[in-house]
Design a protein around this ligand. Structure first.
Ligand code: PZK
Length: 286
């Protein structure tokens, strides 16, 4: 860490440059809700997200190569190949929720996909759809049409990004469904290696880059509880917080319950005990 220079901050992660070809991605224990980072950490949250990402990277290598070079012993840092990132977010939706639900209610379409009439909130779509978005540096990513996305990355790369994203989502959602978790939607970031090949970067199929819903309480026609953040959201609602920074500090029971949900997501999806991951992070890539 000593000779790594800080490159960028996300809401809950940091990127450092190791050399010209390699970056270090570090996931903190910070949690955000309603787009605000809270003052209270969730212990091991960064390790859960890093472990899950590494797990998926190892299991999706046949679909697309990825940027992971090495998982560090701390369980929260990944050495990665430096890529030239595409200027679009590769979002896949299998269920109609979030900005997709808003757009559908207003226009009957999401990113130019005309959807069946009469869908209710959180309903499963006839098939997963690729719904690219622009990367907003302030505020929210903006959904764009396939034509707009193709203009940004080129027709051929757009088609390949769509194919790869849908294949990753199908793999992840089938795996998760078999373990009682609905993967409602997810966001991938793809980049180009020096040879111009598409490579999966960022984090993948984690609760921070996806909506995970508990399958046993899934019920279309309403918003769904979040697998990981529901205790935090419920607590914030009871506090009558106006959702502007700074957010409220979380009491111990909300922290403990939320940590348990992250660990449960990790263990259900990987079939690996989280303590085994802490003892040796490499267990998720073997
Ligand atoms: C890269 N981000 C998003 C911002 C974060 C993540 N392999 C890569 N090569 C080049 N650039 C990136 C990556 C990756 N991953 C990703 N920004 C740059 C981002 C802030 C914090 F953790």
């Amino acid at each position: 860490m000593s000779d790594a220079t800080h490159v960028a901050s996300g809401k809950v992660r940091e990127i450092y440059a190791l050399d010209d070809e390699r970056l270090l991605l570090v996931a903190s224990d910070r949690i955000s809700t309603f787009d605000v980072v809270l003052p209270t950490d969730i212990p091991d949250k960064g390790r859960v997200l890093t472990g899950l990402s590494a797990f998926w990277f190892a299991r999706t290598r046949e679909i697309v190569p990825n940027h992971l070079l090495e998982l560090r012993d701390d369980g929260r840092s990944m050495e990665c190949r430096r890529l030239e990132m595409l200027p679009i977010e590769c979002v896949v939706r299998g269920y109609i929720t979030g900005s997709g639900w808003k757009d559908y209610q207003a226009t009957g379409e999401v990113c130019g996909h005309r959807l069946p009439a009469g869908l209710v909130e959180s309903e499963q779509l006839p098939e997963p759809i690729f719904t690219p978005a622009t990367k907003a540096h302030t505020g929210h990513d903006e959904n764009i049409t396939r034509e707009q996305a193709a203009a940004l990355v080129g027709e051929e790369r757009f088609a390949e990004a769509e194919r790869i994203s849908l294949a990753l989502y199908r793999h992840g959602s089938e795996w998760a469904a078999a373990r009682g978790i609905v993967l409602a939607d997810t966001k991938f970031e793809l980049g180009l290696d020096p040879a111009g090949r598409l490579v999966l970067g960022d984090e993948a199929l984690t609760p921070d880059s996806s909506r995970f819903w508990p399958a046993d309480s899934y019920e279309p026609g309403r918003g769904q509880p979040s697998f990981d953040k529901q205790f935090v959201r419920d607590y914030c609602e009871t506090r009558g917080w106006d959702k502007t920074a700074p957010g409220p500090e979380l009491p111990d029971d909300v922290v403990d319950g939320t940590r348990a949900r992250y660990v449960e997501a990790f263990e259900r999806l990987t079939d690996i005990a989280f303590d085994d991951y802490l003892a040796d992070p490499e267990v998720v890539v073997r």
